[in-house]
Design a protein around this ligand. Structure first.
Ligand SMILES: Nc1ncnc2c1ncn2[C@@H]1O[C@H](COP(=O)(O)OP(=O)(O)OP(=O)(O)O)[C@@H](O)[C@H]1O
Ligand SMILES: [Mg+2]
Length: 418
C-alpha cells in the first residue's frame, strides 16, 4: 500500500517556505501535496488520511492569514506600504497602482525581457526605466537613455546602430551607436513612437535576433542589450493608422507598465511636493515649509504636466523664497492659484426630477467626470450594502480586489462613518 509520506513532506516544505515569506514556494508545495493526496485515493487508512488532510487544510489557513497574502487581498499590492527601492530611494510610491509597478520592477529583477512603459508626459517613465536597470542584474553594466524624438530622422539609424567612416557624407569616423554602447546593460528608448517607418524594421531585427548592422558594415554584429522603451503616445492607435509596425509593437509590448497621471494618485501630491521642496531648497541652502493654504492648493490642482510640472513648480518656489520662509500661495504660479477644481457637486440621479447626474462646469477634464461618476456609483452601492465588500463587489461586477483598488484610487473610505 502507498503511504502518504510524500504528502507530508510537501506540507513540511510548504511550512518552511511560508516561514521564509516565500508565498510562491508555499503555493507550489501545497499544489504538490494536494495532487499527491488525490492521486492515491487508497493510500493509508482512513484515520491517517484525515490527519494528513487536516495538515494540508491548516497550511492553507495559515497561508491565507500570512501578512503578504492579506496585503495583496486588501490593497492589490505585494509591496508593503512605504517601501522604497534601496537603489533609488527618491522614487516615491504611495498609491496602490504605483506600488503594483514597484512590485513588478522587483519581480522583473532576474529578467531581461523588454518592457514598455506608457503614460502621459512627466509621470515618471524615465525614473521607472532607471529603477528597472538599477534593480536588475545588469546594474553593473551601462544604462544608456536615448530619446528617439531628439534626433533628426535621417541621423536616427546611425545614432542607434552606428556607422563606418565614409559610409555617407559626414561620416568622418567610425561610430558605435547607442545600441552597442549599451552592451551588457540597458538601453532606454524614450519616445519610441517617434521612430520612422524606415528605422522600425531595423529595431525589430535587433530585438528579435539580438544583432545590429552598422551603416557601411556588410555583416551584422551580435549585441546583448536589455531594452526598456517608453512612449506617451497610444501605440495601438498608431498601429491602426499604419504609423507603427504591428510586429514591432508586439515585440516591445511584452511587459507593459502603465503609469497613472498624478491626478489619479492624489495621495502622492503632497509627499512629492515636500520631497522636491526639501531637495531643491537644500540646493539653495534654504529651509522651507508650506502654509496650510498652499498645501490645499497643491493638493487640489490637476497637474496636467504631472510630476515634472510639480517639480518645476517647487524649483521656482525654492528659488524665490527666503530662507526659513513658510511658503504662502503668492509664491505659486498664478495658473495654479487661480485653478478651480471642476466637480463641485454630484447629485443623485433621480429620474422623477429629471435632473442630470452631474453638474459639470465648462472645461472639466474627461477623467474628472469619469471619476466623479464612478465615485458616486461606488459610494451608493457601498451604502446600500452597508459596506459589505463581497456583496458590493458582486453587485458592481468587479472583484473584491478590484473594488479595494477603485476605492483607494477614488479616495473612498471603506468603513461607514459614525
Ligand atoms: N514616483 C516618483 N517619485 C519621485 N520623483 C519622481 C517620481 N516620478 C517622477 N519623478 C520625477 O519627476 C520628474 C519627471 O519624471 P520623468 O522624467 O521620469 O517623466 P517622464 O514620464 O519620462 O516624462 P516625459 O514623458 O516628459 O519624458 C523627474 O524629475 C523625476 O525624477
Ligand atoms: Mg521621459
Amino acid at each position: 500500500m502507498q503511504t502518504l509520506e510524500p504528502v507530508e513532506t510537501s506540507v513540511e516544505k510548504g511550512r518552511d517556505s511560508l516561514s521564509r515569506g516565500d508565498i510562491a514556494g508555499t503555493l507550489a508545495s501545497l499544489w504538490e501535496a494536494l495532487t499527491t493526496y488525490f492521486a492515491e485515493p487508497s493510500a493509508s487508512d482512513e484515520a491517517t488520511r484525515r490527519a494528513v488532510a487536516e495538515e494540508i487544510l491548516n497550511l492553507i489557513r495559515v497561508t491565507l492569514d500570512h501578512e503578504t497574502v492579506r496585503r495583496v487581498w486588501n490593497t492589490g499590492s505585494v509591496v508593503p506600504e512605504g517601501q522604497t527601492l534601496r537603489s533609488l530611494p527618491e522614487f516615491l510610491t504611495l498609491n496602490a497602482q504605483m506600488r503594483q509597478i514597484l512590485a513588478q520592477i522587483i519581480q522583473l529583477r532576474h529578467s531581461r525581457t523588454t518592457v514598455l512603459i506608457t503614460g502621459e508626459s512627466g509621470v515618471g517613465k524615465e525614473l521607472i526605466a532607471r529603477a528597472i536597470h538599477l534593480e536588475s542584474n545588469l546594474r553593473e553594466g551601462p544604462y544608456i537613455p536615448f530619446n528617439c524624438a531628439a534626433v533628426e530622422p535621417e541621423l536616427l539609424e546611425s545614432r542607434l546602430f552606428g556607422h563606418r567612416k565614409g559610409s555617407f557624407t559626414g561620416a568622418v569616423s567610425d561610430q558605435r551607436g547607442v545600441v552597442r554602447a549599451a552592451e551588457g546593460g540597458t538601453l532606454f528608448l524614450d519616445e519610441v513612437g517617434e521612430l520612422s517607418l524606415e528605422v522600425q524594421p531595423k529595431l525589430l531585427r535587433f530585438l528579435q535576433e539580438g544583432e545590429v548592422q552598422p551603416i557601411g558594415d556588410d555583416r551584422p554584429t551580435k549585441v546583448k542589450v536589455r531594452v526598456v522603451a517608453a512612449t506617451n503616445q497610444l501605440l495601438e492607435t498608431m498601429v491602426a493608422a499604419g504609423k507603427f509596425r504591428e510586429d514591432l509593437f508586439h515585440r516591445l509590448n511584452v511587459i507593459r507598465l502603465r503609469v497613472p497621471p498624478l491626478r489619479e494618485r492624489r495621495e502622492e501630491i503632497l509627499p512629492l511636493a515636500e520631497q522636491f521642496l526639501r531637495q531643491l531648497a537644500e540646493r539653495e541652502r534654504k529651509q522651507l515649509s508650506f502654509s496650510e493654504e498652499t498645501r490645499n492648493i497643491l493638493q487640489n490642482y490637476h497637474w496636467p504636466g504631472n510630476i515634472r510640472q510639480l517639480r518645476n513648480e517647487m524649483e521656482r518656489v525654492a528659488a524665490y523664497a527666503e530662507n526659513w520662509q513658510v511658503v504662502t500661495p503668492d509664491l505659486l504660479s498664478e495658473h495654479i492659484t487661480r485653478y478651480k477644481p471642476p466637480i463641485t457637486k454630484v447629485s443623485a440621479p433621480t429620474a422623477t426630477e429629471g435632473k442630470t447626474l452631474l453638474e459639470i462646469p465648462n472645461g472639466t477634464a474627461l477623467q474628472d467626470i469619469v471619476d466623479a461618476v464612478e465615485r458616486h456609483v461606488v459610494e451608493n452601492a457601498l451604502q446600500r450594502n452597508k459596506f459589505n465588500i463581497s456583496r458590493t463587489s458582486r453587485q458592481l461586477g468587479v472583484t473584491r480586489k478590484g473594488l479595494y483598488i477603485k476605492c483607494e484610487r477614488l479616495g473612498i473610505a471603506l468603513k461607514e462613518k459614525d
